[in-house]
Design a protein around this ligand. Sequence first.
Ligand code: MRU
Length: 368
Amino acid sequence: MNVDGRAYRSIWIDPNDDLVRVIDQTKLPFRFEIKTLDSASKTADAIHDMVVRGAPLIGATAACGLFLAAKTDPSDNFLNNAYQELLNSRPTAVNLRWALDRIVPDLLTTSEDKRKGLARTLAQQICDEDIKTNSAIGDHGLGLIRDIAIKNNLKIVNILTHCNAGWLATVDWGTALAPIFKAHDSAIKVHVWVDETRPRNQGASLTAWELNAHGVPHTVISDNAGGHLMQKGVVDLCIVGSDRTTRGGDVCNKIGTYLKALAAHDNQLPFYAALPSSTIDWTITDGVGQIPIEERAEEEVTHIWGLDEHGDTRKIRLVSQESHAANPAFDVTPRRLITGIITERGVVAAEESDLLKTFPEFIDTPTL
Ligand code: MRU
């Protein structure tokens, strides 16, 4: 996507020095800064500290981290340690494990002198594929938005989204936002209700920034406003992303997604999750019981970052010194609340049979 007229990906291996460069998402929307990653450990830190975030981008970043590891030291021992350090950087998005498992077995069965080159090729492949996959999700979601506009005779389609599942959360295009970008580009009038997404405000700081840069009309709302807007008839559909979806179609996504799905269900509104197949954990069937939910620092809830009246970024405390906070970062929306899953191969019912019909290569994946 373009930033000030220049095309960017959220991550790339710079051909000039073979280092990894990312857009530093902790600085947006106020500053656009590029950060250089030069080792697997720094890559794991960047994932943990959310310099990069969003399930597909976490996977792509881990892949690039393995390339940096193979550059530093291609031995089995070093690569295995890098694998473990990257895997431990965040627990919920399954794309992380998916990317690492796609690369490490191939590296370990290749001679040491060829590992750096192979790791670079495979990391680049994951990044390039991610763009194609998300573009396909965008095409399928575009069809859906067009159908809803025609069926309901809408002049403007009002779409609610939660967190940031835009191009910054992937290598490019995004998942939930890809259909929205494509609808806007094909002259379907869309307006997006952007949940601010406390505590880290990915909606307010990243989704709104992306939509603004692309010229998509949008309005930021507090997380509590969605149900009210649905009751008032100004939401036509919801599209969210996912960090891990079970083979049965339970969708784990940013905390607060479940409440939006409940409100959408109560108002008979379509609620879609847009996700690549790399986000489906084919080994599990029970989202609430089996998906590890990341607990992040309580400071993310007790404090907030923003720009003060002098244009300086500042962190301020919201909660009294005596109170503690809990910060579960994700929740699970059971499949019964999901209208459909927008994948790179089409829109699929949130059911094991339909998901496996669409991705038959995973039928034999053993479940835990
Ligand atoms: O904690 P984050 O910002 O990494 O959470 C991101 C989300 O929950 C996204 O909705 C999800 O990763 C899908 S991104 C295409």
